[in-house]
Design a protein around this ligand. Structure first.
Ligand SMILES: [Zn+2]
Length: 507
């Protein structure tokens, strides 16, 4: 199926909350009115109506006939299909972003689920189009694609056809599509809402008992004070442990759901669907996994041995993996400074990058502060070409938070520049998407390093960069290994929470 958008999450957990709340007062929040004026707005209702009547008309005109129409009509049909993707994409982007802003609010959750259900009903009517494109033989397709209106969409048609060998009958595709809202997406929602509702007990330096969100407790793991990190790490483990049966059930259910799908669709391995979507061959990913795994001793093992020595211990405790070096000044970077740092770094490389980046702050297209119930981590969501991307952050004033801004803004600028490709072709596979973001991060880091001449501070910064890169490369490959093993083992039955924990520790 082709209905998925790349919006790119960074793992929560390395981002930073500040003791110095004054420095972080008045952080901007996004304004979603560029998508729709509100949940109850006439514009949103009109969007649903328009999508529904257009889908019905499209279905009546083309279902069962896509193979028979000529090239010009085929090109015109793709243009119409794209227009419908644009409306549905706008509605779902809006619903998702509203919900991401507060996953603990039952009203917003109901709104998100309702939008998903209505959009699924509507899009079920459109599924036939790509299924019929995939049933055409090469010669018939080539004849249609020779017409300019269709030729324009050649990359999209190629990407749709990549899933040819894995598609099922029209009826099965329809029922699987409809079932998703009561299956996989519901389980993901259960996980997100459970995480958003968790509170982690923490006793502050002045003896006050606090009840922190996931973002806030994770931020304590990069506190300068070792006792704070220890208390945060233990609280994190305890609260997650209290919910372990539910998380194990969610993991097992999602893995089983995927196994059923993969079996019917004849994917060779659990990773095959993902690789096909990312337009990368299984062997290429294997080569990457092999190379990074071989380099563990030389990269992460050597670095953390060094870090242990700096902390004067045999081995680091798990809560100290991302601890700042003892020389870190624990400074809270105000938002205005973060913004200037990133935009200046972008501008030194290319004024056009900075000009586009600036628009994210002017409007504002960025949701900056952590809030109870808000999605943790960070992401850039492209929405649709007729609107613009939005960024979600949980900014807490650490250097790492500035890097996260640089990273997500890289995605955002890329998404703006890709917009003119249109709703069907502006999306990129993850393999390409991470290029712009990591590049933006490196530009910003190099600018920060250049501006610093105190050797001790430079060392702290370099250590932070090494850790970010270990998290980007080594940690991601470890998580990939973990997922591969869980999916493999799930094929022969459920995994207990203990077994999941064992695989986690081994990888
Ligand atoms: Zn990214």
């Amino acid at each position: 199926m082709t209905r998925h958008k790349t919006f790119v999450f960074s793992a929560p957990g390395e981002a930073g909350i500040a003791e110095d709340r004054a420095t972080l007062a008045d952080l901007p929040e996004w304004d979603l009115a560029d998508l729709y004026p509100g949940r109850e707005s006439a514009e949103l209702e009109a969007g649903f109506d328009q999508a529904e009547s257009a889908a019905k008309a499209f279905e009546a005109r083309f279902e069962g006939k896509v193979g028979d129409i000529d090239g010009a009509a085929f090109g015109a049909a793709i243009i119409e299909y794209e227009a419908q993707e644009e409306i549905l994409g706008r509605i779902m982007s809006y619903a998702f972003l509203v919900y991401a802003g507060n996953q603990s609010d039952p009203e917003l959750a109901k709104f998100y689920q309702g939008a998903q259900e209505r959009c699924t009903d509507i899009s079920t009517r459109l599924i036939f189009f790509t299924l019929e494109i995939n049933r055409m033989d090469e010669a018939a397709l080539a004849e249609k694609m020779a017409v300019p209106a269709a030729a324009h969409y050649a990359p999209w048609v190629r990407d749709v056809r990549a899933f040819r060998d894995h598609q099922l009958s029209d009826e099965m595709e329809k029922i699987l599509h409809e079932k998703m809202v009561a299956g996989r997406t519901a389980w993901v929602r259960l996980f997100d809402e459970t995480m958003a509702d968790l509170r982690f007990p923490f006793q502050s330096g002045t003896g006050e008992h606090e009840s922190l969100t996931e973002s806030e407790i994770l931020h304590k793991l990069s506190d300068k004070d070792g006792a704070v990190r220890r208390q945060a790490g233990l609280s994190l483990g305890r609260v997650l442990g209290e919910n372990i049966r539910q998380f194990a059930l969610i993991t097992n259910t999602l893995a089983k759901d995927k196994e059923i799908d993969d079996r019917w669709r004849r994917y060779a391995q659990p990773v095959s669907y993902r690789n096909l979507s990312n337009q990368v061959e299984d062997q290429v990913v294997e080569a990457l996994r092999g190379a990074v795994t071989l380099a563990y001793p030389d990269l992460s093992h050597r670095y953390y041995a060094l870090k242990s020595r700096w902390f004067g211990v045999e081995a680091l405790d798990f809560w100290d993996r991302n601890a700042p070096l003892p020389q870190d000044d624990n400074r809270v970077i105000p938002w205005a400074e973060a913004r200037k740092t990133v935009l200046d770094a972008y501008g030194d490389f290319s004024p056009e990058l900075a000009t586009i980046g600036q628009r994210f702050f002017d409007s504002p297209w960025i949701d900056v502060p952590p809030r109870p119930g808000k999605a943790s981590g960070a992401f850039a969501h492209p929405t649709v070409p007729s609107a613009h991307p939005y960024l979600l952050l949980n900014y807490q004033g650490r250097v790492r938070d500035v890097m996260t801004l640089a990273h997500e803004l890289g995605h955002g600028v890329h998404q703006v520049l890709a917009g003119p490709q249109g709703a069907l072709m502006s999306d990129t596979p993850l393999t390409l998407a991470e290029t712009a973001s990591v590049f933006g991060e490196m530009l910003t880091f190099r600018a920060l390093l250049k501006a610093e001449d105190d050797p001790a501070r430079r060392r702290v910064m370099l250590a932070g960069k090494v850790e970010d890169m270990l998290n980007t490369v080594v940690r991601q490959i470890s998580m990939f290994d973990f997922e591969c093993r869980v999916h493999d083992e799930r094929r022969s039955g459920e995994l207990t929470a203990e077994r999941l924990g064992d695989i986690w520790l081994e990888t």
